[in-house]
Design a protein around this ligand. Structure first.
Ligand code: ATP
Length: 366
């Protein structure tokens, strides 16, 4: 995906930093979010996602840098003057008010005429499928319904940006899946620029136009979901997005139309030369292989084979993840459709795997 030009940008984060005493919360982050874009901040606990979102919202004051929303520098502007809608993990609804009044709150604060408040609240209540629940108290709603009210309350003010901080994490698995569809639908209907925070990579992959992968206060990669999965920029991103097997470091070799990875003590893996790889012959590299690219070998002969002992099967309905201990490599995970592998190669038996170097992620070592 092309970088967003500042002219099309809804939010610009310019060299922003947040120190907490001696500790770094967010370190020198720059990011441009395009108008109408759905961008997710993804990373492990403590990586700085909430701090960054808090700085965009205005609840957290940056130690350095600027936050620009819709062309205006809002770094020193109070949160409620930033025209930003926000939904948290805890819905933070007003328990003593009914659904209608919760949704109407922001419009009444802005002193909109009564008829306009009425019309806008009705529009959003319909959009969030809350019709008929206007008079109910928040306590009388399920978790999913409460989260829809929180979303309705955030979008009714027609914010310039919608910020969502782990809004689905309090919901059970089925409801989460349903709310993911609803969020996606809401984004399509409203076209609202949305910044979403999660540590759930599945959620990030399914909802986002672009994902910002963070670790220890730093941005490691900003890319579309498919690009992140296929071409992670470094070992952290490769390991954090989806399952992946890391092979030991080896030597990258070019041999005519073929490329090879020479793994000391293990052997050579080969594949057709991949023009997108820019390494020179002899580069020290590491290969990362998705479990779907490590498959039980067929027949008795073939290239790129390793043999190991099955240590576990994890049956997952449509497929099975099998762990294999391979000498010199460690544990490899293979992902196979169905459950046959559980009976054909039980735990403790020997299995030969083919490593598809042609699809591996190759990164310079170190
Ligand atoms: N008020 C604070 N005072 C001191 N340190 C803080 C404060 N808030 C956050 N931190 C630290 O800053 C770092 C980033 O925290 P932050 O809450 O932004 O991470 P996160 O990615 O949102 O984590 P989680 O997914 O657990 O919410 C962490 O090391 C955290 O301990």
């Amino acid at each position: 995906m092309n970088p967003v030009k500042p002219a099309d940008s809804a939010v610009e984060i310019v060299r922003v930093r947040k120190d907490y005493g001696g500790a770094v919360g967010v370190a020198d982050v720059s990011l441009t979010v395009g108008r109408g874009e759905f961008v997710t901040l993804l990373g492990p606990s403590g990586c700085g996602k909430s701090t960054l979102l808090g700085m965009i919202a205005g609840f957290v004051t940056p130690t350095a840098g600027k936050i620009i929303v819709d062309g205006a520098d809002v770094t020193n502007i109070e949160p409620f003057r930033r025209d930003i809608g926000m939904v948290f993990q805890s819905y933070a609804l007003f328990p003593h008010m009914n659904v209608f009044d919760n949704v109407a709150f922001g419009l009444r604060m802005r002193k909109l005429p009564k008829a306009e408040v009425e019309a806008e609240v009705r529009r959003v209540i319909e959009m969030m499928k809350l019709g008929g629940m206007e008079d109910r108290r928040v306590r009388q709603l399920s978790g999913g319904q409460q989260q829809r009210v929180a979303l309705a309350r955030a979008i009714v003010i027609r914010p310039k940006v919608l910020l969502l901080d782990e809004p689905l994490s309090a919901l059970d698995k089925n409801l989460r899946a349903q709310m993911q569809f609803e969020l996606s639908d809401l984004h399509r209907k409203t076209g609202l620029t949305t910044i979403f925070v999660t540590h759930d990579q599945g959620e990030a992959l399914s909802l986002s136009d672009r994902i910002v992968v963070m670790n220890r206060g730093e941005v490691h990669q900003v890319a579309a979901p498919i690009e992140l999965y296929r071409t992670p920029a470094n070992g952290f991103v490769a390991s954090f997005i989806g399952e992946i097997n890391a092979l030991p470091a080896g030597r990258y070799e070019i041999d005519g139309e073929q490329m090879a990875l020479a793994l000391p003590g293990i052997g050579r893996l080969t594949a057709a030369l991949r023009p997108e790889l820019q390494f020179g012959h002899g580069t020290d590299v590491r290969a990362f292989l998705r479990p779907e690219h490590v498959v039980p070998a067929e027949g008795t002969e073939g290239a790129n084979r390793v043999t190991g002992v099955v240590t576990a099967h994890v049956y997952q309905g449509s497929h099975t993840i099998t762990r294999v201990a391979v000498e010199g490599i460690g544990l490899l995970e293979t992902r196979v459709t169905g459950a046959d592998i559980i009976t054909t190669t039980p735990v403790g038996s020997t299995i030969t795997l083919t490593l598809d170097l042609g699809r591996a992620v190759l990164l310079r070592n170190g």
